[in-house]
Design a protein around this ligand. Structure first.
Ligand SMILES: [Zn+2]
Length: 140
């Protein structure tokens, strides 16, 4: 007494197995799919972990950039005149912001450095890269 088993290669029921051989074949097949499922689940988990880690790292970088730019934006400007010049620059570069689809700080930021007698303040647009010196030397 044997079992006819469909052979995927010959596409026919041409294999005759004993009950024991058939149960082993079924067991091996289930085992194979069980292992495949575990491998796929593990690979899927790794992909998700990597994607999360990448998203996390990306967000951390963006937060750092925002913090940095924010601190630059709120850097004490020397006078009301510098603040007005900064605000005028921001208004002019509003057009740049409408073109950028990137998730990033799009507000022009201030770069300051000492010039011996006072601080040089420059404002820079992070999108088009234009820079303008807004230093008010009258307060030096
Ligand atoms: Zn710009």
């Amino acid at each position: 007494m044997g079992f006819h088993v469909y052979d995927t290669e010959t596409k026919d029921f041409n294999e005759i197995l004993t009950a024991e051989a058939l149960s082993k074949k079924v067991y091996d097949t289930l085992n194979y799919y069980q292992k495949r499922c575990e491998m796929l689940a593990k690979a899927n988990q790794e992909l998700m972990d990597n994607a999360l880690a990448r998203a996390d790292a990306q967000l951390k970088r963006e937060i750092e950039t925002l913090k940095e730019r924010l601190s630059l934006c709120v850097t004490e400007l020397a006078s009301k005149k510098e603040l007005n010049a900064y605000n005028a620059f921001v208004d002019e570069h509003q057009r740049c912001r409408s073109f950028s689809k990137h998730f990033q700080c799009q507000i022009p930021y201030v770069i300051q450095y000492g010039a011996g007698v006072g601080m040089i303040s420059k404002v820079r647009c992070p999108i088009c890269g234009e820079e303008r010196d807004i230093t008010d030397t009258e307060v030096w």
